[in-house]
Design a protein around this ligand. Sequence first.
Ligand SMILES: [Zn+2]
Ligand SMILES: [Zn+2]
Length: 342
Amino acid sequence: MMAAVLYGKEHLRVEPVAVPKIDSGDILVQVKVALTCGTDVKVFRRGYHARMIVPPAVFGHELAGDVVAVGDGVTKFSIGQRVVASNSAPCDHCYFCRRGLENLCEDLLFNNGAYAEYIRIPARIVKSNTYVIPPHVGYQDAALVEPLACVVRGFDETAPREGDTIAIIGLGPIGLMFAKLAKLYHCRVLAVGRRRTQLDRAAALGADELILATDHSDPVRTVRELTHGRGADIAIEAVGKPQTWEWSVNMVRRGGTVNFFGGCPNDSKVNLDTALLHYSEITCKASFHHTPAYIRKALDLVSAGHITASFFVNKEEPLANLLEVMRHLMSHNGHLKTAIVP
Ligand SMILES: [Zn+2]
Ligand SMILES: [Zn+2]
């Protein structure tokens, strides 16, 4: 079969490799679509991800496809079913798993290799994080379940109330998913982005105010002006830069909540005003990854038609073009996802 193999920094090849062998409990899935993700672009640029992937390795983690083989003992799935499988599964018995923090599992099992004709889904992921795709849901919609699960969990962790004003900084696919959820939840969305096209996308999803962040603008002041000087109830940082982490803290009202959702480069430091944090009682959260319950919840949202690929995926490319796609995504910001079709 053809598969993308990541060899290191900006080095990948789509080349023939053996179809993965499956063991008992595993399933083999013929990939119908794999979606590009900001994490993949980051990994491509850096050449590795300490926890998720160490090259040389097959690459890609957001996928949907058809079951073509099942290992011994698999009763949940059968050949021919359309399925979506998450990129990880927790161990279910460590300290963190027992506390419902499966995203922080000490032995989180990651699976890569979605940019390929076939992918092996290991038994643990088959058991806890793989689902049959409802007949009315497309492969691209289903493949959104993994990133959406991270977003839905981050949204819940931030504990919004209906009618809250939520500032969302960063309008890539993740920020846009937050905007969509916030509107579903009847919140007021102040969308902060660096590009007109991104603000237009946020508007299409129902964002109430569009704030263009340029080198000469002051988005913190704009958010305050739009909230009677008070600040937003919640700020979601979906960029992953120290500057925007700092903005998010300065954008919320007294008693407000910040979610540092975007992971900054290693060793980044931020400057936060301790008096502001203390006397204004600002709650700072950071959300990472997903849990099985949120994979389920995300699939329910997709299944109900609330989240569709039309808003988050705007290109389709054959697997053979993956290297060019990654280079393009790396050198130009402001993209939606590309659907890679093996
Ligand atoms: Zn992803
Ligand atoms: Zn665990």
